[in-house]
Design a protein around this ligand. Structure first.
Ligand code: 0RQ
Length: 504
């Protein structure tokens, strides 16, 4: 902290004691990167002891995206959350949401800062923001995840800063922060290249609202991903082949276009697959989350540089980045999610969006969030920000789940996050369906033939051809039959002998 700090130092427990039951609390970070650690954990402990004493204690929690275990998991396990938005990857929150014990609000991540600034979500009573420094005049230097912190800092009535000595103060060299004015005064954002800068190195807060500073020294504890398996590798090969074909046909410039890559093993495999093929030039990245593999690709020179909202890295990779900071300082830009995920910029730059879906239907609607139309997994995250506005919208998933008992290609999705108008290309390990210019029935035949697992193709073709004629063909009595089969008999096609299809 800068010398001569006007802000009182608090313990995490003292800070947590300030937050009243029912408060709306905005927190920093985007994924575990940059989320607060000590105060949420102390808040969870306080909730537990109040509950034991028979007193109510729950808060509403607003973040950038998911947070770390010290925040989401601890608060959920203590039953200290009544409302949560806009995204999570926490098993305890999932359980609460799927049993009706929390109000979880799933939102496009780029929309959230505007909702905060315009008061759509109500007042923010407290902010808990992780930083490397705060100056007496209210400059807040954020850590590994920018998320919604700039907007939360502007709107929160009271602010607690977690000053985390674990993080390099040099992170500010990567930060590029602006808060957009509301309409009708919104300005054009002058980003014409992923590495253009338009903002400042810090977020701003009214110093009078800062009620205290809590000193910490804790890592983000980011999780590692396993090596790509055979299925992810085949999906990656299909995507690479398609993109090479687009370059050969002149529909993608030979200099390539900025890549957006979602999280998880499939997206990592696709990123690694593209980077491993020499025919692809060096490229830039415009995305929301950088994982370990991206740091390796930047270090190796395959990726020229990346714009992101967070450095969602394992402790080892973050240490490497801090040790080699000079190499990365100009090649990574950390932005608020209103900018990292901005639909207008994604469209302007011509982003190639690659995200994972839970399932897609034969017409190209995609479900990223809910199993069987009811059980939430994580949320939409930034996938819609990019898929809707990309130059090429690619959605990927393995063709089956649960050992083949579930087909991820279904007649009608039980929940839709990306509709047929937003999805151009669907990829499974079986192949790729390029839907551009295809009518609904042609899309259906292409998706079934190219993407469905062979074990499910006959069923899907029969469903299509036997359904009543229309612009889309659907049999409303049978469109959810596969789900009902799974729920009642443990497999979408209970009579299927999957051993026949081993190796497919
Ligand atoms: O469950 O482990 O119990 O078997 O779902 O499946 O294949 O490990 O999926 O980790 O790649 O995540 C869409 C959830 C995929 C993720 C999703 C079961 C399957 C397994 C997980 P088990 P996988 P992944 C950037 C962009 C939305 C947000 C987004 C996601 C479990 O990518 O959250 O894109 N995306 N953000 O068995 C029933 C099906 C199933 C199924 C899989 N059809 N039916 N169960 N499973 N398909 C990030 C941010 O925005 C911050």
């Amino acid at each position: 902290m800068s010398t001569g700090s006007p802000y009182p130092t608090l313990t995490a427990e003292e800070a947590a004691a300030l937050i009243p039951h029912g408060a709306m609390v905005g927190v920093s970070g985007f994924t575990p990167a940059g989320s607060p650690k000590a105060v949420p954990t102390a808040l969870a402990a306080r909730a537990s002891s109040l509950h034991k004493a028979g007193q109510p204690f729950q808060i509403k929690l607003l973040s950038g995206a998911s947070t770390g275990k010290a925040c989401d998991d601890e608060l959920a396990l203590a039953e200290a959350l009544s409302w949560r938005a806009p995204y999570m990857t926490s098993a305890p929150i999932r359980k609460l949401a799927n049993t009706g014990r929390i109000d979880f609000v799933d939102m496009h991540l780029s929309h959230v800062p505007q909702m905060i600034m315009e008061g759509f979500l109500g007042e923010i009573d407290y902010a808990i923001i992780e930083a490397t420094d705060i100056t007496p005049d209210g400059r807040v230097y954020l850590t590994t995840g920018i998320g919604n912190s700039p907007a939360i800092l502007k709107k929160a009535h009271k602010v607690i800063i977690e000053l985390n000595a674990y993080h390099s103060p040099r992170l500010r060299e990567m930060a590029d922060i602006i808060v957009l004015p509301p309409p009708p005064n919104r300005i054009a954002i002058q980003i014409h290249d992923p590495l253009d800068r338009v903002g400042r190195r810090y977020a701003e807060v009214d110093p009078a609202r800062v009620v205290g500073v809590v000193h910490t020294n804790q890592s983000d504890g980011g999780r590692a991903f396993s090596q790509p398996d055979n299925t992810s590798g085949r999906i990656a090969a299909n995507v690479s082949k398609f993109l090479l074909g687009e370059m050969a046909a002149g529909r993608l410039p030979s200099s390539f276009l900025p890549l957006q890559s979602g999280v998880g093993n499939v997206c990592n495999a696709v990123l690694g697959g593209i980077a491993a093929i020499d025919e692809f030039p060096q490229f830039k990245v415009y995305t929301e989350v950088l994982q370990d593999s991206m740091i390796d690709l930047i270090a190796a020179g395959r990726v020229i540089g990346a714009s992101t909202c967070s450095l969602s890295l394992t402790d080892e990779k973050l240490k490497f980045l801090y040790d080699e900071f000079d190499e990365f300082a100009d090649r990574i830009i950390l932005r608020p999610q209103e900018i990292s995920n901005n639909p207008g910029i994604a469209r302007r730059l011509g982003v190639i969006a690659t995200n994972t879906a839970i399932e897609v239907d034969i017409y190209g609607h995609a479900n990223s969030t809910h199993f069987f139309g009811t059980q939430i997994m994580n949320g939409l995250g930034g996938s819609g920000d990019f898929e809707r506005n990309a130059y090429l919208s690619i959605l990927m998933c393995p063709s089956t789940a649960k050992g083949g008992k579930i087909s991820t290609i279904v007649p009608m999705c039980s929940h839709v996050d990306h509709n047929e108008h937003s999805v151009q290309v669907i990829v499974t390990e079986q192949g790729l369906a390029d839907l551009r210019g295809l009518s609904p029935i042609a899309r259906a035949r292409t998706i079934i033939d190219n993407c469905a697992h062979p074990a499910y193709r006959d069923y899907l073709h029969h469903y299509l051809e036997s359904s009543p004629m229309g612009h889309l063909r659907h049999d409303l009595r049978r469109c959810f039959e596969l789900y009902l089969n799974f729920q009642e008999q443990g497999a979408m096609l209970p009579d299927l002998d999957l051993s026949q299809f081993e190796g497919d």
